[in-house]
Design a protein around this ligand. Structure first.
Ligand SMILES: Nc1ncnc2c1ncn2[C@@H]1O[C@H](COP(=O)(O)OP(=O)(O)O)[C@@H](O)[C@H]1O
Ligand SMILES: [Mg+2]
Length: 279
């Protein structure tokens, strides 16, 4: 559903996205994980035809984003990082407007609006202007809008940014049920647990380049499935072990108060870059 080769975008001399290549299959949830400024939004903006690539090619749903942008736009749903709902309009009106843009029939629009507002838990808010919604509700409406014209590929840029854990988990539930319906999702996030919980495969980005790409399980096993931490000591370098037993054995020599924990995608990133993701 997505096929990109050497995708590159310069801003002046800065390569915000630098020779990025990957493919996403039907029904896959693919994550772009990386710190702020890594190039996640720039990648999504190119794939959704909002920004022209400087170099490389990108096919989305079989169409080239540079030569066939209108076909790409018809095929995809977009949930942007910035909330760009019309806050004077109600929830239903925001979806209605989007449905008209996509030339949906009136009866179909009406049915789809109810289906989606129920899906994201906003049916009782259908006549409420967006300006009266909480941040979490606005994010949910943004997702409903992205799905309105039944796209088979959906791009979501930081779909849970700024939300509290409960609101975030609610959105994770929506994404899981979209996946069960066979919808292909490309999402970006700088939340490690989000990439881990939702994505079949993750590309880890740093300053415009992919530095690792695989399933979360394989990426974590690559550093060692277990890690030890000494309570109250931050001077001990991180060490990773393939089994819990080896981690416990090694920790005996290090200090008394230890915790053995499972490695995370953050460990993968730190191991590759020496830096943290979530800064
Ligand atoms: N329109 C722009 N003009 C100039 N620089 C930009 C523009 N958009 C993004 N950048 C720069 O490109 C890099 C990647 O940005 P972005 O794709 O927004 O990263 P992310 O979404 O991963 O936080 C950053 O260094 C950012 O400052
Ligand atoms: Mg971004």
């Amino acid at each position: 559903m997505i096929n990109i080769t050497n995708l590159t975008r310069y801003f002046g001399t800065l390569a915000a996205v630098n020779a990025v290549s990957f493919s996403v299959g039907k029904g896959e949830v693919f994550g772009l994980l990386g710190p702020n400024g890594a190039g996640k939004t720039t990648t999504i903006r190119m794939l959704t035809t909002l920004l022209k690539p400087s170099e490389g090619t990108a096919l989305v749903a079989g169409y080239d984003v540079t030569t066939d942008p209108l076909e790409v736009r018809r095929a995809i749903g977009v949930v942007p990082q910035m909330l760009n709902l019309d806050i004077d309009l109600t929830c239903a009106e925001n979806l209605e407007y989007h449905g008209r843009l996509h030339k949906m029939e009136p009866g179909d629009r009406e049915a789809r609006i109810e289906e989606l507002l129920r899906f994201v838990g906003l049916w009782d808010k259908k006549d409420t202007p967006v300006e009266h919604l909480s941040g979490g509700m606005r994010r949910r409406l943004l997702i409903a809008r992205g799905l309105m014209h039944r796209p088979q590929v959906v791009f979501m840029d930081e779909p849970t940014v700024g939300l509290d854990p409960q609101a975030r988990r609610l959105i994770w539930g929506f994404l899981e049920s979209l996946k069960r319906k066979g919808i292909t999702i490309l999402l970006t996030t700088h939340y490690i647990e989000e990439a881990d919980a939702l994505c079949d495969r993750v590309a880890i980005l740093q300053t415009g380049r992919i530095i690792a790409l695989d399933s979360p399980t394989v990426l974590k096993a690559g550093v060692g499935k277990y890690s030890i931490e000494c309570l109250g000591r931050h001077d001990i370098p991180r060490k990773f072990f393939p089994t819990r037993e080896e981690a416990i054995d090694a920790s005996r020599e290090v200090c008394e108060d230890i915790v053995v924990r499972e490695s995370t995608l953050e460990d993968v990133f730190i191991n590759l870059t020496g830096e943290r993701i979530d800064t």
